[in-house]
Design a protein around this ligand. Structure first.
Ligand SMILES: NC(=O)c1ccc[n+]([C@@H]2O[C@H](COP(=O)([O-])OP(=O)(O)OC[C@H]3O[C@@H](n4cnc5c(N)ncnc54)[C@H](O)[C@@H]3O)[C@@H](O)[C@H]2O)c1
Length: 356
């Protein structure tokens, strides 16, 4: 059985143990109302799986939002706050977020702000939400196309990771989650990176252990620096460029939408290139990183002039300080550094390298 992982005020439980904990919580705490937030896909694919794992029937109020990043907006929060209010939610209510990173980010923010805060539980149903989004206490929504500009740090009571939900997850979404796992290896654990690099597709037989390792790595970082004063910035490796690329693709009607993992995979290749020039990452490591990501993610077409808009979007990155764009980079695999600046010329060269 996989051991539970505890952070500052929260616990991540795995598979059967997860439902023992949840059943216990629902038994012990006298919640006045139970709300369950889903999107249309998790409503259809995950709700019955979830209900089937409970010891007994509970009167859940189901609230559904449309799926996808474009709905991770304050307007969707308003609709959820209104639904909770109309259905009689009070401070003793519990919100359970059953979904991918959009549901756990948005649901966590709704819970943190409804009546100044109600308790919530995350049940991630995408790989990305299992290994990353549902853990660590960052919640929030996008502001237009700008990623995660509005939000709060707040921890769920517990996170329940059950890989059974992945049975219905589309393959491209599974690959999107893998990008964050590869990042965990790159920033913290050479063996883990090598193990993931050797697989040419995700091997379901070892997925439970891999997810557990990723949560362990994220947890080690966030327990030391819950509010991102320093060390936690390493979790943003690939995200400074990656978020700007994701935002750029979101706001271009003629571009196919990039999944979060696909965007940060490009960000990680480009930021590995910056690392060679700014922090001494050996060149052969860069080649290795590019080759591993190229196995999983098809190349995206980005013109040099589009990079101008992407660089412009990086002005909104939350790691910036006094107008300077700050990157988390690598000295080597598992040797991360943060608060590194660069000039735009090198970013243009990084794009050239990505496209080569
Ligand atoms: N809070 C954090 O620390 C953190 C970290 C990383 C990413 N994020 C955020 O997470 C989001 C991306 O998460 P995501 O990739 O899970 O996106 P998502 O929530 O949009 O889920 C991806 C798609 O898969 C569907 N889906 C989810 N689980 C399913 C299942 N079991 N079966 C069938 N369909 C399913 C969803 O409906 C959606 O269409 C981004 O908004 C990103 O900014 C947050």
């Amino acid at each position: 059985m996989l051991t539970s992982i505890s952070s500052n005020n929260s616990h991540v439980h795995f598979n059967e143990k997860a439902y023992v904990e949840l059943n216990n919580l629902l038994e012990v705490k006298a919640y006045s109302k139970l709300f369950l937030l889903v999107d249309e896909n998790t409503h259809q694919n995950c709700l019955n799986v979830f209900l089937g794992k409970l010891d007994k029937e509970h009167a859940f109020e189901i609230i559904e939002i449309p799926s996808g990043e474009s709905y991770k907006q304050i307007e969707t929060c308003s609709q959820v706050w209104e639904s909770i209010s109309e259905l009689g939610g009070d401070r003793k209510s519990l919100l359970i977020n059953l979904g991918g990173g959009v549901v756990t980010d948005l649901g966590g923010f709704v819970a943190a702000t409804y009546m100044r805060g109600i308790e919530f539980v995350n049940i991630p149903t995408s790989l990305l939400a299992m290994v990353d989004a549902s853990v660590g206490g960052k919640t929030g929504v996008d502001l237009g196309s700008l990623k995660n500009q509005v939000g709060v740090f707040t921890e769920p009571l517990m996170v329940l990771v059950d890989t059974e939900y992945l049975n219905s997850l589309p393959g491209n979404e599974l690959r999107s989650g893998l990008a964050e796992m590869l990042k965990h290896g790159l920033i913290c654990d050479l063996n883990y990176w090598e193990q993931l690099s050797r697989m040419d597709q995700l091997d379901p037989s070892v997925l439970d252990e891999l997810i557990h390792r990723s949560v362990e790595i994220k947890n080690q970082v966030i327990t030391q620096d819950p509010r991102e004063g320093g060390l936690r910035k390493i979790l943003n490796f690939g995200h400074t460029l990656g978020h700007a690329i994701e935002s750029y693709f979101l706001e271009q009607p003629d571009k196919t939408r990039l999944l979060h993992g696909e965007a940060i995979a490009i960000g990680m290749i480009m930021e590995a290139y910056l690392s060679v020039h700014l922090t001494g990452l050996p060149y052969q490591r860069l080649e290795e990183i590019k080759s591993v990501f190229s196995n999983y993610y098809k190349p995206q077409h980005i013109e040099q002039q589009e990079l101008e808009s992407i660089i412009e979007l990086m002005r909104f990155d939350k790691k910036n300080n006094s107008g300077k764009v700050n990157f988390a980079l690598l000295e080597d695999i598992a040797k991360p550094v943060w608060d590194i600046n660069t000039d735009n010329d090198l970013i243009y060269k990084a794009l050239e390298y990505y496209k080569k």
